[in-house]
Design a protein around this ligand. Structure first.
Ligand code: SF4
Length: 224
């Protein structure tokens, strides 16, 4: 597992890590509630800087009143702001919801696009959100890179990059497409529950034997 580890050896290690995490987290889906592609997109936009639980508390009322892009495109921004205030950054998120809904209506006939290139043109949609949509709605393998995935893929020695697009490429080269979405979702869960940013629980980690950073992660001093 040193830096001279060969590509075949890294691939084998990635497969072992993927299998171990699959055992630990068999349910590899986002925990956001949604019934349509638009609702998945809207819920994912709302989940920025917010827990999925909190998003799931506000989306039933939001989707009752504004169930699809057409309804959202014509919405009164103040009404949406009121409905989503609990998710934080509610003014920016309202703008993103209305603007992306308008783009979907005007450019895509009201249907959420199913291509990465089109998804990332929508307001408030980056590669992470686009990959969630591709993987969870359209069954197209997408590697979701959030803050946890960025941290864990580096600690596990699967990439040296911090750029989401590069991390996607590096991980896609290590694993079969069918693993991309579930593996990234499992890394998020493992980052939340075990491999914490400041104090990783290496002693409780199911992939410790395959981790080059076991016990040697440097903890940054707390900000004053
Ligand atoms: S061994 Fe430690 S650093 Fe490595 S993945 Fe597990 S918790 Fe994270």
């Amino acid at each position: 597992m040193a830096s001279r580890e060969s590509v075949p050896a890294i691939k084998k290690r990635a497969a072992r890590v993927s299998a171990a995490l699959a055992k630990l987290y068999p349910e590899a889906r986002i925990s956001l509630d949604f019934a349509t592609p638009w609702q998945c997109l809207a819920a994912t936009i709302l989940s920025a800087q917010c827990t999925d639980e909190r998003v799931n508390q506000v989306t039933p009322a939001l989707f009752r009143e504004f169930p699809d892009p057409r309804a959202t495109a014509d919405a009164d921004p103040e009404r949406i702001q009121k409905l989503i205030v609990a998710t934080g950054f509610f003014r920016q998120k309202t703008k993103a919801l209305i603007s992306s809904a308008r783009m979907i209506v005007e450019r895509h006939g009201g249907e959420v696009p199913s291509e990465m290139e089109e998804l990332i043109k929508l307001t408030g949609v980056g590669r992470k959100t686009a990959n969630v949509i591709l993987g969870h709605v359209y069954g197209k393998p997408g590697f979701v890179v959030d803050t946890h995935v960025r941290r864990l893929t580096r600690r596990l020695g699967f990439t040296k990059s911090i750029e989401p697009a590069e991390i996607e490429t590096h991980l896609q080269a290590l694993l079969p497409p069918s693993d991309w979405t579930p593996f990234s979702m499992r890394l998020i869960l493992h980052g939340r529950q075990v491999c914490h940013a400041r104090i990783p629980r290496c002693g409780d980690c199911a992939v410790a034997k395959d981790c080059p950073k076991i016990g040697v992660v440097r903890i940054a001093p707390a900000a004053k």
